[in-house]
Design a protein. Structure first.
Lengths: 395, 66
């Protein structure tokens, strides 16, 4: 007989929760704005106002934590795992290279890459969306951004997976860390060589621009450059992959909404925002409490690791009208899918462009698709990647 | 005719970019992608844009008056 379930405990790593988290979020927002992780007991902050407060106060909710080294890095990733004021210097250097204007320059190449992927399977009338489209497209964008050859796509997917999903027959933390560290070493080595190459022969790409920022004066040291590259690889690929999967799974299951996007592609930018709110594929972000603080009636103690549950904030009725309705014409949408405060996602303008272009090209080419009859999409916990999403359409 | 004024709280703006996306006649961006009003006074006909930007700023950095 299992023990009675504590109503204030939730398992964020449950696959059913990953598939359909919104009803759980609603319960958290209504009944326990600060709950606990079932396995670790660490606090989960749900409500919009509380999460926004935490995001805006890095002096209380720090991004500098021991946990970061579990990903095979030798130092914190820049700027994500560094607090202001040091973080501010990095953002001032990096933000101009990730502005909406800069990202627009990558759009034509990305549109061509999306179409090249669709060319491969359109006539089949079926595909598994994750490996066929959602995984390779953001990797292509990453390669274009850094000025790397598209032929390195498989290599990058392998290195990234070695960190995020170490291939093991049976998971054990020690072997996982060993694989992560080995992948980490290969990533460092690849970027070390790239830094040298671009320093010797600069080109018109982001890597050359970053190298030009250092190492003299206000520029970036070699280690700083490596720690930025590591972040771009780990934060820029899976997140967009997961968002594409969540969006297309939603649209496959909701043909009336999909039909509207097919008939009026001008709605796609607003649909991207609303689906970011509703799906919030990066469901939560970690912070460590620097000094005791009371939030949602609960005192958080210094040193506690907390999860800011962006997904729950994004369906909080205190912030959103009819939060359970997916409304592409929502008048007020201040969602926190990209976080907020000083750590607002560095790549948000790139991600938005990728999502818009992908949905535009997909629906132009394959307007009538459905989940394969009898299939069940499978969502990974943490970052909600739809790892199994078989789609069919009239070929 | 009363005129509508906009401002961006630079201490709050972190560059989400919703305002210059939704209200390109009212807001522009600096080098970092942080928002700035193109003019303090909103040109006639663009008031709805300005208010839409205000309603969609996650940082509550935009004020529309008048």
């Amino acid at each position: 007989v299992s023990a009675p379930r504590d109503p204030h405990e939730f398992n964020l790593f449950d696959s059913e929760f990953a598939r359909c988290p919104q009803p759980v979020y609603a319960r958290m927002n209504a009944e326990c704005p600060v709950s606990r992780q079932a396995l670790t007991g660490t606090p989960i902050i749900a409500r919009y106002e509380d999460v926004l407060f935490a995001l805006r106060h890095p002096e209380i909710f720090s991004s500098e934590m021991e946990l970061q080294m579990a990903l095979g890095t030798e130092r914190p990733m820049i700027p994500q795992q560094i607090d202001p004021p040091a973080q501010t210097r990095y953002r001032k250097l990096l933000d101009p290279h990730f502005s909406r204007k800069r990202m627009a320059a990558l759009e034509p190449a990305l549109r061509a890459q999306a179409n090249a992927l669709i060319d491969r399977f359109e006539a089949d009338g079926r595909c598994d969306f994750d490996p066929a489209f959602a995984i390779p497209l953001p990797c292509s964008a990453f390669l274009s951004l850094l000025g790397l050859p598209q032929s390195d796509l498989e290599l990058f997917l392998r290195l990234k997976n070695g960190i995020i999903r170490p291939a093991l027959d049976r998971y054990d933390p020690e072997s996982a860390l060993r694989i992560r560290k080995e992948s980490g070493r290969q990533i460092y080595a690849y970027f070390e060589a790239l830094i040298d190459e671009r320093r010797a022969r600069p080109r018109d790409d982001l890597m050359s621009e970053l190298v030009r920022l250092g190492p003299e004066g206000e520029g970036l040291s070699r280690n700083e450059l490596l720690d930025i590259c590591f972040l771009l690889l780990l934060a820029g690929l899976d997140t967009v992959t997961a968002t594409l999967g969540c969006n297309v799974a939603y649209l496959a299951a909701n043909p009336v909404q999909r039909r509207r996007l097919v008939e009026d592609p001008g709605l796609i930018p607003d649909a991207v925002e609303e689906l970011l709110r509703w799906e919030t594929p990066v469901a939560g972000v970690p912070r460590v409490v620097k000094r005791s603080v009371t939030l949602g009636g609960v005192t958080l103690r210094e040193g506690e690791l907390v999860t800011l549950l962006l997904g729950a904030s994004n369906v909080d009725a205190g912030e959103f009208e009819e939060p359970e309705r997916v409304d592409f014409e929502r008048a007020r949408n201040r969602h926190l899918a990209f976080g907020g405060g000083p750590h607002r996602c560095l790549g948000s303008h790139l991600a938005r462009m990728e999502l818009r272009v992908a949905l535009e090209e997909w629906h132009r080419r394959i307007p009538d698709y459905a989940l394969e009859p009898g299939a069940t999409p499978r969502y990974s916990p943490g970052i909600r990647e739809v790892m199994h999403l078989p789609l069919v359409w009239p070929a | 005719v009363a005129c509508v004024k906009v401002s961006v709280d630079r201490a709050r703006c972190v560059g989400h970019g919703r305002c210059y996306e939704l209200a390109p006649e009212v807001f522009g961006e600096d080098e970092r992608g942080h928002a700035r009003p193109l003019h303090e006074e909103v040109a006639p006909g663009h008031e709805a844009q300005a208010r839409r930007a205000e309603r969609n700023c996650p940082e509550r950095a935009i004020a529309v008056e008048g």
